[in-house]
Design a protein around this ligand. Structure first.
Ligand code: ZN
Length: 132
């Protein structure tokens, strides 16, 4: 498995427009808004150097981000690492017995292929692997 960098940090927010104001105030340009229907979220990326901050707002009360906020409040929801070959990374983790949420890549914002590793396998961190 070849991890290239920290791709982004995902932050669960109640209101994307309100939360975006902080990053705009810090001088970080917003790189557009995209809705990912499959995950019931609207996301916005803020590029910071070689990585990004991803704000996630739920589009449904039963979506994973709404449930996360209900349980934990707003805040950092996941860490995303970029890999060069997601399918190979998933196969390697599976072979090592690492508990995965996604055994196959799914669609992520910006056309990325993504998959999540279960927090029980990572000491409580929801880990996203991303290939672009
Ligand atoms: Zn993400």
């Amino acid at each position: 498995m070849n991890i290239l960098k920290v791709d982004h940090i995902g932050i669960a927010v109640k209101n994307l427009a309100d939360s975006a104001k902080l990053y705009e105030m810090l001088g970080i340009p917003q790189a557009g808004v995209e809705e990912v229907a499959e995950q019931k979220v609207r996301v916005s990326f803020f590029p910071v150097g070689d990585s990004e901050i991803e704000l996630l707002e739920s589009t449904s009360p039963d979506g994973p981000i709404a449930k996360y906020i209900e349980k934990n409040g707003e805040g950092i929801q996941h860490l995303a690492l970029r890999v060069d070959n997601l399918e190979a990374a998933l196969a390697e983790l599976k072979a090592k017995g690492v508990r995965l949420i996604d055994e196959k890549p799914r669609y992520g914002a910006g056309g990325a292929k993504i998959a999540f590793v279960h927090p029980k396998a990572t000491g409580g961190i929801l880990l996203e692997l991303s290939e672009r």
